[in-house]
Design a binder for this molecule. Structure first.
Ligand SMILES: [Zn+2]
Ligand SMILES: [Zn+2]
Ligand SMILES: [Zn+2]
Ligand SMILES: [Zn+2]
Length: 488
């Protein structure tokens, strides 16, 4: 291990522990100065939110119904107790809802009296800056740059647009554009608040006959818009993605967390040292410009470069950094446990919900059936009644028509009877007339046969006479006569 590499390690450690910390604290101080608050007042003002950055699992005495707890714990109880005095008099609401013995000792506590920002370490400073110091970042983007929020929104319109449309390209996307996030961070309503001024859309979007509300080229920032028009959540998102100063803060805090290898060995190559130094220097300079102490910071960095190795100091920094990594790992471990718990409780919740839904579905089915039954109970008697009335009506109609038929039958049969009587009578008459005629015929026949008998007697007599008296001629005439008569 060369002395140079150890020197590199020490300088790097001083840079990321001391200089970074000083720089972040300077920014907190600037925010306090802009707000005309002492750190104690500032902490008391943000007490409830700060409390839940540590205790994010359950609501406290001050929680209103709509308050949503942060999803992750970002500060440790020990860090919170560094800021707030657990022995201080409590706020009057303390113990209002939750039983006192179940509450953490720091709940509803006031800030440590006359506390200074010097107590802050990098983690705490970053946490306070990103959660409670939106104003200092707005200051860096607006007042410090002599720009309005309208300018800021227009300058960052493309990034902001893709905080809403996180996976679809727009007409202004440069080649190979990398989306800033993997899920939507702002909603349409928030976008509409920020960008309400209409422009003529680009030729492409005009062709697609865009309605103008979602096309990036068809709008610009709302004139005279101010940060008070943006909700706190939206402010946080805009600063996180569009504020260079805020990025410097998070970058500085993150740089400390990625050099674990160097810390374990307490040495650093020239190349690594140069790379980290440049990165830190850029961020420190950016913060110093806003805080107005750029010269001082530059001087401090130059002094650091000239520093020679102090082995005791080196060990101290190494221990301090190792301690920090242990803390980071613990947080990570806690986070993992928490994620597992969340996952399992989400699973339980899902099962519970699906059970409830199926139960509810059953209940609903039963209710629906019961309703149907109730309905049927009314409808069936009604139908039966209707059928009864109808069948009675039909029965009456049938009876009526039967009676009518019977009457008609009776009349017809009487008619037939009369006709039969008449026929019988006629037959009687006919028989009588036939009989009479028959008698007449019989008589005639009898008479004729008598005549024939008489003729039979008279003919031979006449014949003989004829022959005798008038010859054959007269005889033949007589024969003709006789034949004619017999025919009759
Ligand atoms: Zn609360
Ligand atoms: Zn309380
Ligand atoms: Zn785009
Ligand atoms: Zn367009």
């Amino acid at each position: 291990m060369t002395q140079k590499q150890q020197e590199n390690f020490l300088k790097n450690a001083i840079l990321i522990v001391d200089h970074t910390k000083t720089s972040l604290i300077a920014l907190v101080d600037l925010d306090l100065q802009n707000k005309c608050l002492t750190f104690e007042q500032f902490l008391n003002k943000n007490q409830h939110e700060a409390y839940h950055l540590c205790y994010n699992r359950s609501k406290c005495c001050q929680c209103v119904l709509s308050y949503s707890l942060p999803s992750v714990r970002v500060i440790h109880p020990a860090q919170l107790e560094l800021l707030y005095d657990k022995l201080s008099p409590k706020l009057t609401c303390h113990g209002r809802i939750v039983k006192l013995r179940t509450l953490p000792p720091v709940c509803c506590s006031l800030a440590q009296t006359r506390i200074s920002t010097n107590v802050l370490d990098i983690t705490l400073a970053r946490c306070i800056l990103t959660n409670f110091c939106h104003e200092v970042f707005w200051y860096s983007c607006l007042t410090f740059q002599r720009k309005t929020l309208e300018d800021f929104l227009n300058a960052n319109k493309h990034t902001i647009y893709h905080l809403m449309h996180h996976n679809t390209n727009c007409c202004q996307c440069p080649l190979g554009f990398v989306f800033p996030c993997d899920r939507p961070q702002i909603n349409q309503l928030q976008w509409n608040t920020m960008f309400s001024s209409l422009l003529l859309p680009c030729a492409n979007d005009r062709k697609r006959s865009y309605n103008g509300t979602t096309s990036i080229c068809s709008v610009s920032a709302t004139p005279w818009i101010s940060i008070h028009h943006l909700d706190l959540n939206l402010q946080g998102v805009l600063l996180q993605y569009c504020c260079p100063l805020r990025k410097s803060v998070t970058d500085l805090a993150d740089i400390r967390n990625v050099n674990y290898g160097h810390v374990q060995e307490a040495r650093m190559s020239d190349a690594d040292y140069k790379q980290v130094f440049d990165e830190i220097e850029n961020n420190l300079t950016a913060i110093a410009s806003v805080c107005g102490n750029k010269g001082e910071v530059k001087q401090n960095l130059q002094d650091l470069q000239k520093r020679t190795l102090d082995k005791t100091l080196c060990l101290q920094y190494q221990n301090s950094l190792l301690e920090h990594f242990r803390y980071v790992n613990e947080m990570k471990y806690n986070l993992d446990i928490y994620c597992k718990e969340v996952r399992s409780s989400v699973g339980n919740f899902k099962t519970d919900i699906s059970e409830k839904i199926s139960k509810l579905a059953n209940e609903q089915t039963i209710a629906a059936v019961a309703n149907d039954v109730k309905d049927l109970k009314i409808r069936i008697p009604r139908k039966l009644n209707m059928y009864y009335i109808q069948s009675r009506r039909e029965k009456r109609a049938v009876q009526h028509s039967l009676a009518k038929s019977a009457r008609q039958c009776k009349e017809k049969s009487k008619e037939v009877e009369q006709k039969v009587d008449f026929v019988v009578e006629s037959i009687g008459d006919l028989k009588m007339s036939i009989d009479t005629r028959f008698d007449t015929v019989e008589n005639t026949v009898e008479m004729m046969s008598k005549n024939v008998e008489e003729l039979a007697i008279s003919i031979p007599e006449k014949f003989e006479r004829c022959i005798e008296e008038k010859g054959n001629y007269i005889l033949s005439n007589h024969i003709v006569d006789l034949i004619t008569i017999s025919k009759l």
